[in-house]
Design a protein around this ligand. Structure first.
Ligand code: HAM
Length: 407
């Protein structure tokens, strides 16, 4: 006998059917909202050549957080830690054939070697919504609008979240005006990114600057324009945050992050920004690009905080309980007819007592049962029982699909 661990690998999740149902709710809400804004779906493999991330993702993610291995042919391979470089690669490859602007979305699983903690795991699913080929701020406002609408479509109200906005170009300019050289500016941006996680920010900032670091930029025109346009579109829960940096090196302009304002779950939920120059790593001309990534783990925490995950209901609509072995062939035929009419149905062939067959259906959260025996087969009338309400109706087969759908 061997003794293999039953827990999943550290920092990844098993999805039992009830978890899968809430996961599907999260994924479907993301998908529906992205599509409602005219974004279409793409996908790719989880495996990428490691070099894809070395150029512009940033040191922390490449050196500390990727799962990278050498394959049998000696190639360095990485399990994708994010989707943006893959997307840029796909667009660079077919640039000439594609009609711009491009509005694409994807919901990949991503892998990061992180210390598992609340909101951070080693595998997560991440909605990516990106627009390519739009230079002006209509890209920023549209992308933020999609983000805001997803949260609303989950049922979270605007008062409970805040959209923080900054501009990488403004930060670069401000640091230049403060006479920081390139190396100092790079280190300062990494420090600004960590500001909320460390106690001695000012001390470290003064160290990097080699003098007192007085950082107080005013919002750029771009930022004000984005905030005002969003307001005119009914989105007012935005704020300018000069300390918002976002980790990746490839961002070039407006960056944003959505924060949960509840005391129980006060943290960043997701974010994104403009990255006009990422295609340059493929030796291509730059193409303006803007997008965001929204993780399923943080979103699930929010939905749990506000009690917004729908109650579990099996995807099976109807359970046919069979009175005796002789009723099984006819029950199978009835099941076939119902399946052709869009009803998801399972037939009990256990030979157990009717009472325990019904109990089983109830335990599995299947909403409806019918019991089939000689009487039902002869009369072609079936008692359709709603296990939630206890309501019972005598119906013919062709009435079953509609009765079930109405509930
Ligand atoms: P990111 O901020 O690294 O950006 O990730 C986006 C979101 O994915 C996070 O805010 C969080 O919701 C979720 N996430 C990231 N890492 C984890 C983790 N270890 N566990 C659980 N959730 C996680 C990006 O990845 C950019 N590529 C997004 C983007 C798309 N920018 C432009 N287009």
């Amino acid at each position: 006998m061997t003794n293999i661990e039953k827990d999943p690998y550290k920092g990844v999740r098993d999805f039992y059917p009830e978890d899968m149902a809430s996961q599907n709710h999260i994924i479907n809400t993301m998908r529906k909202t992205a599509e409602s804004f005219g974004y279409i779906e793409y996908s790719a493999s989880v495996l990428e050549p490691a070099e894809l991330y070395r150029a512009k993702s940033g040191e922390e993610i490449v050196n500390e957080q990727t799962y990278t291995f050498t394959d049998r042919g000696g190639r360095d391979v990485t399990l994708r830690p994010e989707m943006t470089p893959t997307l840029a690669r796909m667009i660079a490859k077919k640039k000439k054939e594609l009609a711009f602007p491009i509005r694409w979305y994807s919901i990949p699983n991503l892998f990061r070697y992180e210390r598992p903690q609340k909101g951070r795991l080693r595998e997560h699913w991440q909605l990516n919504v990106d627009i390519f080929g739009v230079e002006d701020i209509s890209a920023e406002t549209e992308i933020i609008e999609v983000a805001s609408n997803i949260i609303r479509n989950f049922g979270v109200i605007d008062d409970n979240f805040e959209i923080r906005i900054n501009d990488r170009a403004l930060i670069d300019e401000t640091l230049k005006e403060m006479r920081l050289n390139e190396d100092q500016a790079y280190r300062m941006k990494k420090l600004l990114d960590k500001k909320n996680k460390i106690d001695n920010f000012q001390e470290e900032a003064d160290n990097i600057a080699g003098k007192e670091f007085n950082f107080n930029p005013k919002p750029s025109k771009q930022i004000t324009d984005v905030i005002n346009t969003l307001k005119s579109r009914g989105i007012s829960n935005t704020v300018f945050d000069p300390y918002l940096m976002r980790g990746f090196d490839y961002y070039t302009g407006i960056v944003f992050e959505v924060f949960d304002k509840s005391p129980e779950n006060n943290r960043s939920l997701f974010g994104g920004g403009r990255y006009d120059r990422l295609l340059e790593i493929f030796g291509e001309e730059k193409i303006p690009a803007m997008g965001f990534g929204m993780g399923d783990v943080t979103m699930r925490d929010v939905l749990e905080t506000y009690n917004l995950i729908p109650e579990y209901r099996s995807s099976t609509d109807l359970y046919i309980c069979t009175v005796d072995q002789d009723s099984i062939p006819e029950s199978d035929k009835i099941a076939d007819i119902l399946r052709k009419n869009g009803v998801n149905v399972a037939v009990d062939k256990s030979g157990k007592k009717i009472g325990s067959q019904i109990e089983y259906a109830d335990k599995k959260n299947i909403p409806f049962v019918i019991c089939i025996g000689k009487d039902e087969i002869d009369s072609e009338q079936y008692k359709l029982k709603n296990l939630k309400t206890g309501e019972e109706n005598s119906v013919a087969i062709d009435e079953i699909p509609n009765t079930i759908k109405r509930k």
